[in-house]
Design a binder for this molecule. Structure first.
Ligand code: 13P
Length: 263
């Protein structure tokens, strides 16, 4: 049975002075059996969050929000995968805000995945369509192309062993208060698994956890987690709010229990 995962993407929020306290508060409010929890703070807060969680709740994993596609070199201001070793064990790759603001292409995202796997970082690969793409009926082919572009050069077995997670985040739902329906998210999760099968995943991607992201709250999380194809959430704005995260992870715990993961 696939893991149930709730990952917090803090984006460009918190400082080294306050991130540890927020991580400890979130950890204490989300102690629910069977749910894999991950907190992804800004790079400069990774050490503070790691240190705070090491004593408060080592079950909460720490993730980075990005990683460079090269191992080292003249890339001012960038962070390479080997630099994250000891600070993080997960990494978000290909977030739509980076595709938009840093011009990340599918090919480059594929290289980032390789760097992450080489450094034993568990990758969360983000995919998702723009509003006009959904409205014109092209959401599935757009996401299929993102997957093909990022994954084509990878050995499925190696990515599966690295614990690849895919986050479906429709761009029009991020930070807008507008979310996909559970049924639409589940249909996309099925399409993602079909695409993985087409890329040579022997089990048709059946073991790959797929998260939904985009204006997830404690109120709407149930709509997504009641879909068998959805395995959790990548949470932005609500992940900075302890009450919201408590509600989201509590609901994820119900799914974990139903899957027999909570024992
Ligand atoms: P919001 O939950 O703020 O919409 O952000 C979603 C997201 O981008 C998570 O990576």
């Amino acid at each position: 049975m696939r893991d149930v995962i709730v990952a917090a993407n803090w984006k460009m929020h918190t400082t080294p002075a306050d991130a540890g306290d927020l991580a400890v508060t979130l950890a204490a409010r989300t102690h629910v059996a069977g749910v894999t929890r991950v907190i992804c703070p800004p790079f400069v807060c990774l050490a503070a969050v790691r240190d705070a969680l090491a004593s408060a709740d080592p079950d909460v994993a720490v993730g980075a929000q990005n990683v460079h596609h090269e191992l080292a070199g003249a890339y001012t201001g960038e962070i390479a995968a080997p630099m994250l070793v000891g600070l993080a064990t997960w990494v978000i790759i290909g977030h739509s805000e980076r595709r938009r603001d840093a011009g990340e292409t599918d090919a480059r995202i594929g290289r980032k995945l390789a760097r992450a796997v080489d450094a034993d970082l568990r990758p969360i690969l983000c995919v998702g369509e723009q509003l006009d793409e959904r409205e014109s009926g092209r959401a599935v082919p757009v996401v299929e192309e993102q997957l093909r572009g990022a994954l084509a050069d990878h050995d499925p077995e190696r990515l599966a062993a690295a614990g690849l997670v895919i986050a479906y985040e429709p761009v029009w739902a991020i930070g807008t208060g507008r979310n996909a329906t559970g049924a639409d998210a589940a249909a996309m999760a099925e399409a993602i698994r079909s695409a993985l099968a087409g890329l040579g995943w022997s089990d048709g991607g059946a073991g790959v956890p797929i998260l939904y992201g985009g204006s997830v709250t404690s109120v709407n999380i149930g709509e997504f987690l009641s879909e068998a194809a959805i395995d959790g959430a990548l949470v932005g704005g609500a992940s900075l709010k302890p009450d919201e995260m408590a509600g989201i992870v509590a609901r994820a715990g119900m799914t974990a229990a139903a899957r027999g993961l909570a024992a």
